[in-house]
Ligand binder design. Structure first.
Ligand code: UD1
Length: 368
């Protein structure tokens, strides 16, 4: 009755950590942690295991980077071996990265049921690799754990039987609540000479924003303007770093004194930065959720979001990538007219205990 938990890339680790902690209360769940190795740099992987107290993976597949087909195929090939060796009763996948899809597909082909945490989110934009990963994973999963009502509706519209869907809340927020106090002790603000409420944070890694010089340049132009009004801290994802090496950006960023580029930060330093930021600009999904719970205004530099609850309930505004609009919306926030919002239902820090209880009941039923 082993249950395999899959971790693969940075945004997975804060989702898997609280679930692994909560399943300890249920002896029927015998967890086996598998790291696919989709992310392998210390700053994108190891630091999260240390800071979130995730046990060392039982198995590390070391698949690394590659094109979508290559990466997905490698994960499937390696994960199939794990499944044949370990014969788990259930596989738990989180989020929407390539490994999420690959492990789900390898599992169901061997008749191993899959549970998907963070099911039902839809941007309705099939040019996003994550949208394909979400749709396929949901269609294959036996247990679907959702974070919000719109995810429940999306699944229902797609014909998913309601008894497969469990509305449990948001595990990212469990990790946030579990670590916020310790994160407050981080010295990241003094490291960058920042004062509370007197800086902005930028993150960018979506292929549609960073893989073409033209789109990256439009965003950098706009943020250079924002950086004239307050310092902007920019932890740079490896994908984005590749794009920024062009000579054009070196000159542009060199002239923007208060545009502070840094390596990707660990979980606690980044949380500390978010808590006291005046403004966050991002194309990340998870950061839209974290800023909503922290009450920090967030401008999402995309044309859509698969997390509309952060707009309807929270502090998020989807502003797209038009430089004039980004600058205008940022000035609104700096003038004190940023969005104020509330916390969506069940984002209460207890999602993983609800998930653990459902998993345990499911496994008990299967055993008997
Ligand atoms: C992946 C996920 C994305 C998630 C993001 C968070 C997919 C399709 N995308 O995107 O949903 O939001 O992670 O970071 O699964 N690289 C390194 N070191 C690493 C990992 C990657 O340098 O540890 C570089 C490689 O050159 C690689 C590039 O970053 O080619 C992109 O990595 P990849 O895992 O393909 O996608 P991400 O952009 O990180």
């Amino acid at each position: 009755m082993k249950t395999v938990f899959v971790g693969a890339a940075r945004p997975n680790f804060m989702k898997i950590a609280p679930i692994l902690a909560e399943v300890k209360a249920f002896p029927v769940v015998r967890p086996l942690l598998v790291h696919t190795g989709q992310h392998y740099d210390r700053e994108l992987s190891d630091v999260f295991f240390e800071e979130l107290g995730i046990p060392t993976p039982d198995l590390h597949m070391g698949v690394g980077s590659g094109s979508h087909a290559v990466q997905t195929a490698r994960v499937m090939t390696e994960f199939e071996k794990v499944l044949l060796e370990e014969r788990p009763a259930l596989v738990v996948v989180v989020g929407d990265v390539n490994s999420t899809l690959a492990c789900s597909l390898a599992s169901v082909k061997l008749h191993v049921p899959v549970a998907h945490v963070e099911a039902g989110l839809r941007s309705f934009d099939r040019s996003m690799p994550e949208e394909i990963n979400r749709m396929v994973t949901d269609s294959l999963s036996s247990l679907l754990f959702t974070t919000c009502e719109d995810a429940n509706r999306n699944l229902s519209n797609e014909g998913v039987a309601p008894d497969r869907v469990h509305f449990v809340g948001n595990v990212m927020i469990d990790s946030l609540k579990n670590h916020i106090e310790i994160a407050r002790q981080s010295e990241v603000l003094s490291r960058f000479s920042l004062a509370e409420q007197r800086y902005a944070v930028l993150t960018l890694h979506r292929p549609s924003n960073v893989d073409s010089e033209e789109s990256l340049s439009r965003i950098v132009d706009a943020v250079c303007e924002v950086a004239k009004e307050l310092p902007v801290v920019f932890p740079v994802h490896p994908r984005t770093r590749k794009g920024l090496t062009a000579g054009k950006f070196k000159k542009q960023l060199g002239q923007a004194r208060d545009f502070l580029l840094t390596e990707p930060l660990g979980y606690l330093d980044f949380l500390r930065l978010l808590v006291s930021a005046r403004l966050v600009l991002t194309d990340s999904g998870g950061i839209q959720e974290e800023t909503t719970v922290l009450g920090v205004p967030c401008l999402t530099l995309r044309e859509n979001t698969e997390r509309p609850v952060t707009v309807s309930h929270g502090t998020n505004t989807v502003v797209g990538t038009d430089p004039a609009r980004i600058i205008r919306e940022a000035r609104e926030v700096l003038a004190g007219r940023g969005k104020k919002g509330g916390v969506p239902p069940l984002w209460d820090g207890k999602a993983s205990s609800r998930i653990a209880a459902v998993l345990a009941a499911w496994l008990e039923k299967k055993r008997n």
